[in-house]
Design a protein around this ligand. Structure first.
Ligand SMILES: Nc1ncnc2c1ncn2[C@@H]1O[C@H](COP(=O)(O)OP(=O)(O)OP(=O)(O)O)[C@@H](O)[C@H]1O
Ligand SMILES: [Mg+2]
Length: 255
């Protein structure tokens, strides 16, 4: 029987009283899965995962992490509870070195554990070890995301939650980021991922949900959703996602 790590039920959340942005969204993430949340622009995907992470006020519903009710837990307690959130932007300290970025992410670890844990992150992300003295702001887009993810993983989270890790990256780095996430899942980490890049996200995901106007409207096996006409209807309002790849030159942003 698979164990549910994250259980979000009928979540309602928003920035202003009386203006819900997340309107009754429910998802589950099982141990070891990559679950993808897709949806059109402005559907409330970022608001949804920020609410889970304690960053947007919740007005209804519940969030359980490993069976524990964390609905009312403040954002700064999430890491200790086992939820590591990687925001879309401002997820590293650009003026600090790579190594200092990792060190300051170690807050909840035992002091004596920290040097070995930093070395483990370098072993997992060899690009970072070569740049350990570099200011994080000077990294490439792909390496920045690696650092942001390493900062989140360093404290052994039960679930890694990411908002659009491929946003703004060139196609080469997009595939680097998705390969990295697939590798992290292989190492046993549970992942909840919001992505615009539906094709690449569905390629590494196990299951996916489509969020529309703040509500989960469809769910399925990731590999099956790419050609699912219901998803196309919800997501684009018309064509199947698979029919999307005319238009831009090149590989359409995926490997
Ligand atoms: N800080 C904020 N204050 C008030 N309203 C906000 C704030 N952030 C987002 N919203 C509103 O919430 C709605 C959903 O936005 P959100 O960013 O969650 O959508 P999204 O699905 O992540 O979109 P995108 O695909 O563009 O990333 C939008 O109408 C947006 O204007
Ligand atoms: Mg967003």
């Amino acid at each position: 029987m698979s164990e549910i790590v994250l259980d979000v039920r009928d979540l309602e959340a928003g920035y202003e009283p009386g203006v819900p942005i997340v309107r009754g969204a429910s998802i589950t993430v099982k141990k070891g899965e990559i679950v993808v949340v897709l949806g059109p622009n402005g559907a409330g995907k970022s608001s949804f995962i920020k609410a889970i992470a304690g960053l947007v006020p919740i007005t209804g519903g519940s969030v359980f992490l490993d069976g524990k009710d964390i609905t009312a837990a403040p954002a700064h307690t999430m890491v200790r509870l086992g939820l590591a959130f990687v925001p879309q932007t401002e997820n590293i300290f650009p003026l600090m070195s790579v190594e200092d970025n990792l060190k300051v992410a170690c807050g909840i670890l035992e002091r004596r554990e920290i040097p070995a844990r930093i070395e483990e992150m370098y072993a997992a992300f060899p690009d970072l070890v070569r740049q350990r003295r570099t200011a994080a702001g000077n990294l490439s887009g792909g390496q920045r995301q690696m650092l942001a993810v390493a900062r989140a993983l360093i404290v052994h989270p039960k679930v890694l939650v990411l908002d659009e890790p491929s946003a703004g990256l060139s196609p080469k780095f997009v595939s680097t980021v998705f390969e990295m996430l697939a590798g992290i899942r292989k190492s046993g980490v549970t992942i909840l991922l919001v992505e615009q890049n539906a094709k690449a996200a569905l390629a590494i995901g196990d299951r996916a949900y489509v969020l529309v106007e703040g509500k989960d409207r469809h769910e399925g096996i990731a590999a099956e959703l790419w050609n699912d006409p219901v998803v196309a209807e919800l997501y684009l309002g018309q064509r199947p996602l698979g029919a999307e790849k005319t238009g831009h030159a090149g590989k359409g942003g995926t490997a």
